[in-house]
Design a binder for this molecule. Structure first.
Ligand SMILES: Cc1cc2nc3c(=O)[nH]c(=O)nc-3n(C[C@H](O)[C@H](O)[C@H](O)COP(=O)(O)O)c2cc1C
Length: 200
């Protein structure tokens, strides 16, 4: 039995390509592991706040000194992190929004990138603390970034990989539905992305 965490990031719902790609990844994982349990973290609902000084002060102070407000900030962050800790497999929908990930995902990383939880530093430098997990990235974009003249703009997938790599999640597969805004390519782009899904 596998525990799967599905991180949803597109503000769009029914027409969202990344949700469709991510959902298909989930379906295929369930085909392989029929007893798996899926938990959804939809970052477009109950938005993770933008990082403020009170959050940083909480994250960088000992829990025993926390005020009531800080206790609740800490508990909120710990809850997000516990979902990552409990997952065997993480599926993240990662659409390209203005050359980056959706802002909701950036905010999520601000609340999950915490020393002692997802990484630590020792004499050898940083060390990820989320080990033995598999990450699937469902990337969608209007343009094409995996090859060709815009490859230099391929910021989204490397960024998500880097953050999770820092957390210790280094076993990563990426599925791309690209060219969703390019006539002649867009008509089959999502289908091609879906067909490329392989669960290892
Ligand atoms: C607000 C907005 C910004 C976008 N920015 C980019 C971009 O910078 N580069 C790109 O290739 N596509 C861009 N797109 C196209 C999306 O990446 C594409 O439509 C993708 O399918 C979005 O995922 P979604 O359908 O799950 O929302 C943008 C789309 C929207 C709505």
């Amino acid at each position: 039995m596998k525990s799967i965490l599905h991180i949803i990031t597109s503000p769009r719902t029914d027409v969202s390509a990344s949700r469709k790609l991510g959902n298909t990844v989930i379906e295929k994982i369930q085909e392989k592991y029929p007893d798996s349990i899926v938990k959804e973290r939809d970052l477009t609902k109950n938005l993770v706040p933008l990082l403020e000084e009170k959050h940083i002060n909480t994250f960088f102070s000992p829990a025993e000194n926390h005020s009531t407000e800080q206790q609740s900030i800490n508990a909120y962050s710990e809850n997000l992190i516990s979902e990552l800790q409990e997952a065997d497999i993480i599926v993240i929908d990662s659409p390209m929004y203005n050359f980056s990930v959706p802002a909701t995902l950036r905010a999520y990383f601000d609340f999950t990138s915490r020393a002692g939880y997802t990484f630590k530093y020792d004499e050898n430098g940083p060390k990820g603390l989320l080990n033995d997990k598999k990450l699937y990235i469902a990337f969608t974009s209007g343009n094409i970034y995996s090859e060709g003249p815009y490859q230099i703009y391929d910021s989204n997938v490397p960024y998500v990989k880097n953050v999770f790599g820092f957390y210790g999640v280094t076993d990563v597969s990426v599925f791309r539905a690209e060219g969703l805004s390019i006539p002649g390519i867009m008509e089959n782009a999502l289908e091609k992305g879906i067909e490329s899904i392989v669960i290892d």
